[in-house]
Design a protein around this ligand. Structure first.
Ligand code: ADP
Length: 418
C-alpha cells in the first residue's frame, strides 16, 4: 500500500477532504503537523510532529521516520507547507517541485522579479521596508496603488491606497498586522512591504495541475463581485468562466508562463489574474490547490475530487480524467459582516432550500471572534451551488446568502455576558 506524508497545518480547512481522498484511494496516510497530535502515542506510525519552521530539523525527523516506514510522496496542503513539502521531498529523494521554485511562489517580491524578468505581465512594483518613512515614500508613489505583505495569505494585509494619506494609513495598518506574533515569526520578510500599481479589471482564479512542467487547467473561476478595494475580500467563485474562449486561452497561457518562470514543475497550482483592457496580468501563482473548502465545487471524470487528483499525481497513480464535470458550480466564501463575536447564523434551512444550493458550511463557531479584512484571514463559512449555467449558480449563491442572518455581538458586550 503506498504511503503519503500529508503536511497538515493545524489551521487548515482541508484535512477532511485529503484524508477522505486517501481512504478512497486505499493509500496509507501519515499526518504531519506542527504540534503533537493527541493520537500520536496510540498510533505512532500514523502521526508525526515536525518543526514546520525549521526545515533542516523537519528533514531529519522525516528521514528518521522514513527509515522504518518508507514514504512514497509528500504533499503540503496550504501556503504554510508548500516549501517544507519540497524540502522534505528533496531530503527523501522524492520527485517534487524544487525548493527554490516553491520558495519563490511564497515570496511576493521574488515572484514579481522572476515573472517580470521572463516578460510575464505583472503590475509595476517596488519593495520598501517598514523602517522607511511612509510619509516621504507616499510622495513618490503613483496612485492608485496596493500595499501588501510579502508572505501572508487570503488577502490579509492587502490594502488599496488612492492618495498619500491613504498610503500612510495603509502602511501603518499593515505594520500592525506584521507585528502580530504569527506574522512576525516569518522573520525579516515581515519587515518588508510590496507596493504595486492597482490593476483594474475582472479577476479570475485558475486551478491547475502541473505534470512534468505542463499546465493542465482544471477549472477557471470567474469572481463576479468587483474586487476594487480598499480590502480584497473573496466572495463568489463560479466555474466555468463566462469570459470569451480567446480570453480564457490567454489567461491559461499567461498562468503557464508564470509557473514556468518560477520553475514550478509538478503538482497543484492556484493562480489569480486580473483581466484588463490590455489582457491578463498575474496577481499571484501559488504552488498549492484552492484554499478553504472551495475544492468541494470541483469534480472530475466520474466524480474524482481535487484532493484525489492531487494524491494520485503525487503518488504516480494514473489519473483517469482531468476533465471537470459539465455542470456549472460555485462557492461563496461568506463575508464577515462586521467585527465581533459570532452568536449564531439563522436561516440556514431557508438558505439551503434555494434551488441549486448543495451545502451551507458555517465554519466559524458560536463564540468565535470574527475579524474582518485586512486583519483577519478566516471565513465565516461557505455556500456551495451547482446548476446548469454559471448565471444560475451565481444567482443561487446570492439568494442563499440573502436568506442567512448573522447574529454578531459586539466584542465587549459578548464577553461581559459570558
Ligand atoms: P494573498 O496571497 O494574500 O491572497 P494577493 O497578492 O493575491 O494576496 O492579493 C489578494 C487580492 O488583492 C487579489 O486577489 C486581488 O483581488 C487584490 N490585489 C492584489 N494585488 C493587486 C493589484 N496590484 N491590483 C489590483 N488588485 C490587487
Amino acid at each position: 500500500m503506498p504511503r503519503v506524508l500529508l503536511l497538515l497545518p493545524t489551521t487548515t480547512y482541508r484535512s477532511g477532504a485529503f484524508l477522505e481522498a486517501a481512504k478512497g484511494l486505499g493509500v496509507e496516510v501519515v499526518v504531519a503537523s506542527e504540534r503533537p497530535n493527541v493520537f500520536q502515542e496510540a498510533q505512532p506510525g500514523r502521526y508525526l510532529s515536525l518543526d514546520f519552521f525549521n526545515p533542516d530539523k523537519a528533514a531529519r525527523q522525516a528521514i528518521d521516520f522514513a527509515a522504518t516506514r518508507p514514504i512514497d510522496a509528500i504533499v503540503g496542503i496550504d501556503d504554510a507547507t508548500t516549501v517544507l513539502a519540497a524540502a522534505l521531498s528533496a531530503a527523501l529523494s522524492l520527485p517534487h517541485n524544487s525548493v527554490a521554485s516553491t520558495a519563490a511562489s511564497r515570496d511576493k517580491h521574488q515572484m514579481r522579479d522572476l515573472l517580470s524578468r521572463d516578460g510575464v505581465p505583472v503590475p509595476s512594483y517596488v519593495l520598501r521596508s517598514l523602517d522607511d518613512d511612509p510619509v516621504r515614500e507616499a510622495r513618490r508613489m503613483v496612485y492608485p496603488c496596493v500595499v501588501k505583505p510579502l508572505m501572508l495569505s487570503a488577502s490579509r494585509g492587502v490594502i488599496r491606497a488612492d492618495d498619500e494619506g491613504q498610503f500612510v494609513g495603509a502602511v501603518r495598518r499593515l505594520e500592525a498586522i506584521l507585528c502580530t506574533p504569527d506574522a512576525a515569526a516569518l522573520g525579516d520578510i515581515a519587515r518588508q512591504v510590496l507596493i504595486e500599481a492597482f490593476v483594474p479589471g475582472r479577476e479570475v482564479a485558475l486551478e491547475g495541475l502541473l505534470v512534468r512542467g505542463e499546465l493542465h487547467v482544471l477549472a477557471l473561476f470567474d469572481k463576479p463581485d468587483p474586487l476594487d478595494g480598499p480590502f480584497f475580500e473573496e466572495t463568489i467563485y463560479v466555474t466555468p468562466s463566462r469570459l470569451p474562449a480567446a480570453v480564457q486561452a490567454e489567461i491559461a497561457s499567461c498562468a503557464a508562463r508564470a509557473a514556468r518562470a518560477l520553475g514550478l514543475q509538478d503538482g497543484p497550482v492556484h493562480a489569480e489574474l486580473r483581466v484588463g483592457s490590455r489582457g491578463p496580468s498575474v496577481i499571484e501563482v501559488a504552488a498549492r490547490s484552492i484554499g478553504g473548502l472551495c475544492s468541494r465545487t470541483l469534480r472530475f471524470g466520474t466524480g474524482l475530487s481535487l484532493e484525489e487528483l492531487i494524491l494520485r499525481h503525487a503518488l504516480g497513480i494514473g489519473i483517469p480524467s482531468l476533465e471537470r464535470e459539465r455542470r456549472a458550480a460555485g462557492v461563496m466564501m461568506i463575508p464577515i459582516p462586521r467585527a465581533g463575536v459570532l452568536k449564531e447564523v439563522r436561516g440556514q434551512a431557508e438558505s439551503r432550500s434555494v434551488s441549486g444550493i448543495e451545502e451551507i458550511a458555517i465554519t466559524a463557531h458560536p463564540g468565535e471572534d470574527l475579524v474582518p479584512l485586512p486583519e483577519g484571514a478566516r471565513y465565516l463559512g461557505f455556500i456551495f451551488a451547482r446548476a446548469e449555467s454559471p448565471e444560475r449558480v451565481e444567482a443561487a449563491l446570492r439568494e442563499a446568502h440573502r436568506r442567512l442572518e448573522f447574529i454578531v455581538m459586539p466584542p465587549r458586550e459578548a464577553r461581559g455576558t459570558g
